[in-house]
Design a protein around this ligand. Structure first.
Ligand SMILES: [Zn+2]
Length: 221
């Protein structure tokens, strides 16, 4: 039976990297990677500190949530991850974090407009807010699926955190950093009582078209 070891190793390595960079802590959030050969995903287990997580703790589920490897209970958001992989063929890695700056913008109901070139190039035209639904619920899965059809790679989750995608894990980790920087800059602008200027619409559309071309390339089987 397949043990999917390289994918499970990638989850452990990435979780430690995100903890060290301050984007994940303790057991907050969850991360996954697509396993294309098996229509499956490797995902962090429920309620286990990332710094104590071993490769054998990482769960592998098919996209209908049938367990394929790992003894532990998978993250309560596994259904959300599986639904995103079904909805977005271009997405091969998903990072759900509780990072503070995007969370703060979600709390005050401020989506992030197109502020920076790299933001639009990698995250999309804007970073929108997915309305609140309870963690781990089917209602949250429904809300997420409805919103991620707009081809963006980052979202704020109301009263919860952030949701970030990548065509691979390296890009997803990079996108978490891009989101964090944009969220902090936007928060500081709002705290200063100023209106944030945006990049011109024409530049925004050119950059978003480049992102969409990447997505079409990675979305091909
Ligand atoms: Zn969460």
């Amino acid at each position: 039976m397949a043990d999917f070891i390289e994918y499970r190793q990638l989850i452990v390595k990435t979780a430690v990297e995100l903890v060290n960079k301050g984007y994940l802590s303790a057991t907050g959030g969850n991360i996954s990677v697509r396993i294309p050969s098996h229509q499956a995903l490797a995902v962090t287990p429920s309620n286990l500190d990332y710094l104590h997580m071993e490769v054998s703790d990482v769960c592998v589920l098919d996209l209908d949530l049938k367990p394929l490897a790992g003894e532990r209970k998978p993250s309560i958001e596994s259904a959300m991850h599986a639904a995103i992989y079904k909805t977005r063929p271009d997405v091969n890695a998903i990072l759900h974090t509780h990072q503070a700056y995007p969370s703060a913008l979600a709390l005050i109901g401020k989506p992030i407009p197109a502020l920076f070139d790299e933001q639009v190039r990698f995250l999309g035209r804007e970073v929108n807010i997915i309305p609140y639904q309870p963690s781990g619920s089917g209602l949250l899965v429904e809300a997420v699926v409805k919103h991620v059809n707009d081809h963006h790679n980052a979202y704020l989750m109301a009263n919860h955190g952030a949701l970030v995608f990548g065509e691979d894990m390296i890009r997803a980790v990079g996108n978490v950093a891009v989101l964090d920087k944009c969220a902090l800059a936007y928060l500081l602008t709002l705290c200063a009582g100023e209106k944030a200027s945006r990049i011109p619409d024409a530049a925004r559309e050119t950059l978003f078209t480049q992102l969409r071309k990447d997505q079409e390339k990675y979305g091909l089987d």
